[in-house]
Every structure is written in structure tokens, then in C-alpha cells.
Design a protein around this ligand. Structure first.
Ligand SMILES: Cc1cc2nc3c(=O)[nH]c(=O)nc-3n(C[C@H](O)[C@H](O)[C@H](O)COP(=O)(O)OP(=O)(O)OC[C@H]3O[C@@H](n4cnc5c(N)ncnc54)[C@H](O)[C@@H]3O)c2cc1C
Length: 364
């Protein structure tokens, strides 16, 4: 007799559930739709994008806190690369504004520099760097426009009754399904939780080492009323606290008054201060920023955000994990060298494997 979550014979995939709508989930859904496979994405947040994130804030230098003076500041990924020609053609095809049809990303010509251990400053290596326009989430909004995404739904576990197809339970007790396969796109600690709740414990062995490789990142956004007068737009100083500072206002299409800077804490420092009060974190990062830039200006507003799972320190990875006997796959940046482009490549590699092995069956 078949029990819950045992492994009946794998079926071809006509309809897939995707947990998470960051760049990897959105890519997987679009690639599957291209292959004629139906998809439903489940996203715990209010909108798609995941760590491709922008935060809406009132522009105080504009003289008021009303909504018309709102700005969006990139608090997750700061910029991304497009080295892989498949990523370029994917963006060309899908990352277009739903209303105007124009591209939602552009080059960022920011002058970026880092401080070597001897204290000298040098320029970042030459690379074409891109950002979403007018904010990072413009890209995820464009990718999402044709997709079925259920936002505000936190998936807690997968159930596989006698039919052999998957059903999903959310944190409110609602059930969704059936699906022929499930793709988890969440960071490894969150994937472990869903997998253990689903009584699929042995699957965790394939990625348990990755869980501790995810690093936290405290992010602070600071608005300065006037420009700081620096001759660079991004820096990585020698600091025990600050890993990166970027001038968000210098990115294309931002049109903000004053200058908005985004500061990222070092991974080890952010881990250590995971539970520190926001006021402490903000002061520490702002002090480190003042020291690194030799400026005494005080910001007119400061906000902070804690990422528990920001980036993976894994250098490379298998691309994706596919447990064919369970019809469960894992994708995400942490399986493919990190970063936005890695998240795309992870999703792309899974769908290419499925196409090659004939796992997919278009709906007739
Ligand atoms: C501070 C910071 C700076 C970064 N800087 C850069 C950079 O400069 N360049 C670069 O290339 N990359 C950068 N990155 C990394 C980049 O943002 C990620 O590699 C990429 O966005 C990851 O995409 P993903 O789809 O793999 O995961 P995510 O974007 O994390 O997507 C996972 C999604 O799953 C959702 N989710 C989680 N659990 C559940 C659940 N139970 N049910 C439903 N939904 C769930 C989440 O809300 C999220 O939307 C940065 C990241 C951070 C946080």
C-alpha cells in the first residue's frame, strides 16, 4: 500500500508548483510556460522579486513626506552581470515594461573602488554592470506580468496522497494542487524546513552543507540632503563592519533629490549582530561609512533591513537538484555560484535537464 509521501512511479510534468518568485522562480515559470507546461508560483511576500528588492521611502529632501515624493531604493542586489548569452536573450524577451514595452534594465556606469589591505584604493575590475530601471523590482514586475503568482502565501509543507501528485499546504491551512512536480526556490535553510515538514528527510542530505554557507547582511539606507561630493559611486573599504556602500541616486532613472546611499554590513559582522537593535546597527554602519569616505555629513533619514539569508559563500554548485523519484526539484542562486545571474542559470539548468530527459509534457 502506498503511504503519504512515498514514491509512486514518476509522472510526466504537465503542471508544476513553484515555491518562491525571485529571479530563479520567475525564470523557471517562464521557461516551463515556453515548453507548454502550466505553472503556479507561491510567494510569501506581497510581490515577486525576492532578493531583487527595492524599498519605497518618502523623499524628505523633496520637502514633504507625501506619496508623490516617494523614492525606491535597492536594498537587495545592487547590480548584476549578464555574461551568459542565454540570460541576455531571456532579458531581451521578457524584461520589458508591461505598459511601454521598453527595457526595464540598463547599464550602471558607477565608478566603483575597493581598498586593498595596504590601504590603497583601486578600481573594480572592468565589467558591464546592470541595474533595474527605475528600480531593481522593475525587472521582476516585468518577468511576472504573464504568470500566475499567488502572493502572500507561505507554503509550509507538501503532501502526496495516493494519486501520486503533489498538494501544497500554506501557513493558513489552505491546500493547493494537484501538481505533477514541485520546485523549491527558497534559500537552503527554508528548503530544509519545508522538506522536513513534508517527511522527505533524506533529501536534506544532498544540500545540508549549503545551509551554513548562507550569510546574513544588515542593510542601511541613508538619505543625505545634499550630494556628498565623492568622485566614486560605490566602495568596498577595509572595515570590520562595512562591506559595501553604493550611491543609489547615481543609478539610471532614479531622479531623486539629495543623495541616497545603501550600506551593507560585512557577512561575519551581520551574523554576529543579527539580533542587535536597529539603532546600534545603523550607527555602526554610518560611522564606518563616514570613516571610509572621510565625510562628516549627517543623513536626514535612515532605514535598515536585516537579511538573514543574503548570499551564499559557496563558490560553485551543481546548478540544481532534481529528485526524480519524488518529483521535487531545488533551484536558486546558492546552487549556482550565487548572484542574480546564478539564480537565472540554476532555473535554466533544471528546465534544460527536464527537456532533455523528456520529463515535460505540454498540455494538449
Ligand atoms: C543585500 C544583498 C546584496 C546582494 N548583492 C548582489 C549583487 O550586487 N549582485 C548580484 O548579482 N547578486 C546580489 N545579491 C544576491 C541576489 O539578490 C540573489 O542571488 C538573487 O536575487 C537570488 O534569487 P533567487 O530566486 O535564487 O532567491 P530569492 O530572491 O531569495 O527568492 C526566493 C523567494 O522565495 C520566497 N519564499 C521563501 N520561503 C517561502 C515559502 N515558504 N513560501 C512561499 N515563498 C517563499 C521569498 O519571499 C523569495 O521571494 C544580493 C543579495 C542581497 C540580499
Amino acid at each position: 500500500m502506498t503511504m503519504f509521501n512515498e514514491s509512486p512511479k514518476p509522472t510526466v510534468i504537465r503542471k508544476a508548483a513553484i515555491i518562491g518568485s525571485g529571479i530563479s522562480g520567475l525564470t523557471a515559470a517562464l521557461r516551463l510556460n515556453e515548453a507548454g507546461v502550466e505553472t503556479v508560483l507561491f510567494e510569501k511576500s506581497r510581490g515577486p522579486g525576492g532578493r531583487l528588492a527595492s524599498k519605497r521611502l518618502a523623499d524628505l529632501a523633496h520637502g514633504s513626506a507625501d506619496a508623490s515624493a516617494d523614492v525606491s531604493v535597492d536594498i537587495g542586489a545592487q547590480y548584476f552581470t549578464v555574461r551568459n548569452p542565454s540570460f541576455r536573450s531571456f532579458l531581451n524577451r521578457y524584461a520589458r515594461d508591461p505598459d511601454s514595452g521598453s527595457e526595464t534594465y540598463d547599464q550602471w556606469h558607477g565608478r566603483l573602488r575597493y581598498q586593498a589591505s595596504d590601504g590603497d584604493w583601486d578600481a573594480f575590475h572592468a565589467e558591464t554592470r546592470y541595474v533595474g530601471v527605475p528600480r531593481m523590482t522593475a525587472i521582476s514586475r516585468a518577468l511576472a506580468q504573464t504568470l500566475d503568482i499567488r502572493t502572500g502565501v507561505r507554503i509550509e509543507r507538501l503532501i502526496r496522497p495516493l494519486t501520486g501528485q503533489w498538494h501544497l499546504n500554506d501557513s493558513e491551512g489552505a491546500e493547493y494542487g494537484p501538481f505533477d512536480a514541485v520546485i523549491l526556490t527558497v534559500p537552503p535553510a527554508q528548503a530544509e524546513e519545508i522538506i522536513l515538514n513534508s517527511h522527505l528527510d533524506p533529501l536534506v542530505n544532498a544540500f545540508s552543507d549549503d545551509i551554513d554557507l548562507m550569510q546574513a547582511c544588515w542593510t542601511v539606507v541613508a538619505q543625505y540632503e545634499n550630494g556628498l561630493g565623492l568622485d566614486y559611486e560605490g566602495l568596498q573599504p577595509q572595515s570590520d563592519v562595512l562591506q559595501w556602500a553604493g550611491n543609489n541616486s547615481s543609478k539610471p532613472g532614479r531622479n531623486t533629490s539629495g543623495e541616497w546611499w545603501v550600506l551593507h554590513g560585512r557577512p561575519d559582522w551581520s551574523d554576529e549582530h543579527q539580533d542587535s537593535p536597529k539603532a546600534y546597527v545603523e550607527k555602526a554602519l554610518l560611522d564606518a561609512f563616514s570613516l571610509a569616505t572621510d565625510t562628516g555629513s549627517q543623513p536626514i533619514q535612515v532605514h535598515s533591513h536585516r537579511w538573514l539569508y543574503a548570499k551564499s559563500s559557496a563558490k560553485a554548485g551543481p546548478g540544481h537538484l532534481w529528485f526524480a523519484e519524488h518529483q521535487v526539484a531545488l533551484i536558486g542562486d546558492w546552487l549556482s555560484g550565487g548572484r542574480v545571474e546564478g539564480a537565472f542559470e540554476s532555473a535554466d539548468s533544471l528546465i534544460r535537464e527536464w527537456k532533455k530527459t523528456g520529463d515535460l509534457q505540454p498540455r494538449g
